[in-house]
Every structure is written in structure tokens, then in C-alpha cells.
Design a protein around this ligand. Structure first.
Ligand code: KG4
Ligand code: ZN
Length: 344
């Protein structure tokens, strides 16, 4: 079966075609980052309007790349939530409109499930079960994954998500949105010995995180600096921020693996593209003898491929999950626990 995936939960319009037997056929993405940059963050109304402009041309693009006609689509998967309500509505309405016009079933996909399963899109996918670290702009969670739809939450952030901490700290340093890649680049030329920032909850015995204090520590350094920060000062702060965040994330992953007895760690979400995090995880994996898996770089941040792929996996497990009912609602806030048989 050929599944069309539509992602429009935030500031990326992503479309993709996945064959349930052979995998990814085509994908296309339009990022609105430059449009939102001048406001320092995503403006929801502008995001919705831009999704409307991009979604149909991107559909034509993936169909033409896959040398297929619309009628070849067997089912349509779309991001139903969580995310920005107006932005989600664009993808949901296009998906349900297409389903209605083509007489094809549709299915609403949980955005985080898309991220979670995205590392399985690679040529060397991890086998179930595994520990998943989901680190995005909106979420930081550690989960035990037994299979599609079988997710047990081990711990999560109590306040800011990792990506959010990157974005807010970047803003404090005067860097442009999105802050993750900007801080990461700057940190490369930073001196790690100049500042030491707190490692929140590093020694807590659970799998929870807290990053808002780290962001406040960045604010304190910036405010208490005797003169405006030079480029080198900023790089030093960026380095201290990244070192602190990475230390905590790696330690929690190692603890979760030890606690579960599993040997496979799977990373997902935008912060999973971070070079410093990847190299620290790789070093820990070599030292502690576990395997670490990442999505391809282009599938770390939001994209349509992960939504089409999650739809395809769900369809393969149970075709009745797609429905011929074209009324739709979106779920701007949607706990992953609601779609998992085993989440606590
Ligand atoms: O998964 P994603 O595209 O969207 C959400 O579902 O939230 O993640 C976006 C987040 C942003 O906070 C962005 O700053 C962060 O991922 N990010 C990074 C990097 N690339 C994206 N953070 C650190 N280093 C990166 N290279
Ligand atoms: Zn995302």
C-alpha cells in the first residue's frame, strides 16, 4: 500500500509517500524558518497561512518524484497533534479532503510517534525493544518502546524541553531562531573552562529532566557580565550550556538503559541533530557497550516522511486503523499515553 503523509504541526510543511513494502518513495519539505526569524520565534497565524500556500505544490512534487498519480495513494496519514491548532488544521483538512475525493481511508498520527519511529526509516533500523530519547522543541522524554504503539514513559522534562532551552538561551545570546543549530555552531569555538553551568537533576534517581534553570543560568551570566559579550564570550557561554545539557541527557540515557537492561538506545527529534550530543552519546555507547541509533539528519527535525512511515507501520499492523470518516478534529495537546497500549 502507498501511504501519503502530511506534517503541518509547526513551522515545517512536509509531505512524503511511503510504500508499506518497500519504504520511502519520495519526500518534500518547506521550512518557514526564514519567515519566522524576524519575530524571534514561530508566529502561529503566519505558520497556518504558509502551510496553506505550500501543501498542494509539495503534494505535486512528491507525486512527480515518485512518478505516481494521485490515484496511486492508498491511504492518507496526517499529523493530528500535538502542535499549533491552526497549522494542524491545514494538514488535517487537506488529508481528509483528499481522502474524500479519492475514496481512500485517512488516519490521524501523533506527531511524537512520528519522531519516535523515524529512526526505523534508516537502512540499519534498530530491533524492538529499545529505549527512546525524544528530544525536540516541545518535548524531552525517555521511553521504553516494545513495538508500534507500545510506549512506556520512563521520564520527561518537568519544565522546558531541551530544544526550548536551546532556543531561549540562543535568544539571550542574541542568536537567531532556531537556536539549536546556532548555539551548537558557536559552542564549537567556545572554551569549556571559562564557565560552568548547573546540571539540573543530574543526580536525581528518576528519568526526569529540568532545563529552565539552565536557561536562567545563561541569563545570569549574560546579565552579570561587566561589558557587552564579545563573540568569544558568547561562544564560551554556548559551550558551557551545551556541555551541561549534554552531560545530563547522556547520564539519563545511560541510567535508563541500565535500569531496563536494554542495550539499544534510539534518538529522535530536532535536538537529535546536535553534533555535541551525538558525539557524547557515541562515546558513552563505546564505553558502556550499547548501540545508539539516530534518524538520518534530515528526519531529525519535523518532516512528512516520519508521518507517512508511522501511518504505514500502523496500517501494516492493523488496516482497520485508517477510516473512511472524513470529519476531523485536531489535538493541539495530546498525551502520547492516549495512543499507547502500555504507557503509564
Ligand atoms: O523536532 P523538531 O523539529 O520540532 C518539534 O517537534 O519541536 O525540533 C525543533 C527543535 C528546536 O528547538 C531546534 O532549536 C532544535 O530542535 N534543534 C537543535 C538542532 N537542530 C534543531 N538543537 C540543537 N542542535 C541542533 N543541531
Ligand atoms: Zn517535531
Amino acid at each position: 500500500m502507498i501511504v501519503l503523509g502530511i506534517e503541518s504541526s509547526c513551522d515545517e510543511t512536509g509531505l512524503a509517500l511511503v510504500d508499506t513494502e518497500t519504504g520511502l518513495l519520495a519526500h518534500a519539505l518547506y521550512s518557514q524558518i526564514t519567515m519566522h526569524q524576524e519575530y524571534g520565534g514561530v508566529v502561529p497565524e503566519l505558520a497556518s497561512r504558509d502551510h496553506i500556500r505550500r501543501v498542494l505544490p509539495l503534494l505535486e512534487q512528491v507525486l512527480s518524484e515518485a512518478h505516481l498519480d494521485k490515484t496511486a495513494i492508498d491511504a492518507v496519514a496526517y499529523t493530528q497533534g500535538p502542535g499549533l491548532a491552526g497549522a494542524l488544521l491545514v494538514g488535517a483538512s487537506v488529508a481528509c479532503g483528499l481522502g474524500l475525493a479519492l475514496h481512500r481511508p485517512v488516519m490521524g498520527i501523533h506527531h511524537l510517534e512520528g519522531h519516535l519511529l523515524s529512526p526505523l526509516l534508516t537502512s540499519n533500523p534498530p530491533a524492538f525493544p529499545f529505549i527512546s530519547l525524544l528530544v525536540s522543541g516541545g518535548h524531552t522524554q525517555l521511553m521504553r518502546v516494545e513495538g508500534v504503539g507500545q510506549y512506556t514513559l520512563l521520564g520527561e522534562t518537568l519544565d522546558d524541553a531541551a530544544g526550548e532551552a536551546f532556543d531561549k538561551s540562543a535568544k539571550l545570546l542574541g542568536l537567531s531562531y532556531p537556536g539549536g543549530p546556532a548555539i551548537s555552531r558557536l559552542a564549537e569555538s567556545g572554551d569549556p573552562t571559562v564557565y560552568t553551568l548547573p546540571r539540573p537533576m543530574l543526580h536525581s534517581k528518576d528519568f526526569n529532566f529540568s532545563f529552565s534553570g539552565l536557561k536562567t543560568a545563561v541569563l545570569t551570566v549574560v546579565k552579570s557580565h561587566p561589558r557587552p559579550l564579545s563573540e568569544q564570550d558568547k561562544a564560551n557561554v554556548a559551550r558551557a550550556f551545551v556541555d551541561a545539557l549534554v552531560d545530563v541527557v547522556v547520564a539519563k540515557c545511560v541510567n535508563a538503559l541500565r535500569h531496563s537492561g536494554l542495550k539499544r538506545l534510539v534518538i529522535a527529534g530536532g535536538v537529535g541533530a546536535n553534533a555535541q550530543l551525538r558525539s557524547a552519546l557515541n562515546a558513552a555507547a563505546a564505553k558502556k557497550h550499547f548501540q545508539v541509533y539516530y534518524p538520518d539528519m534530515e528526519f531529525c527535525t519535523d518532516n512528512g516522511a516520519m508521518i507517512a512511515f508511522a501511518g504505514a507501520l500502523r496500517l501494516r499492523e492493523d488496516p482497520s486503523q485508517a477510516r473512511f470518516d472524513y470529519s476531523f478534529t485536531v489535538r493541539p495537546k495530546w498525551p502520547l499515553s492516549e495512543i499507547s497500549g502500555r504507557i503509564i
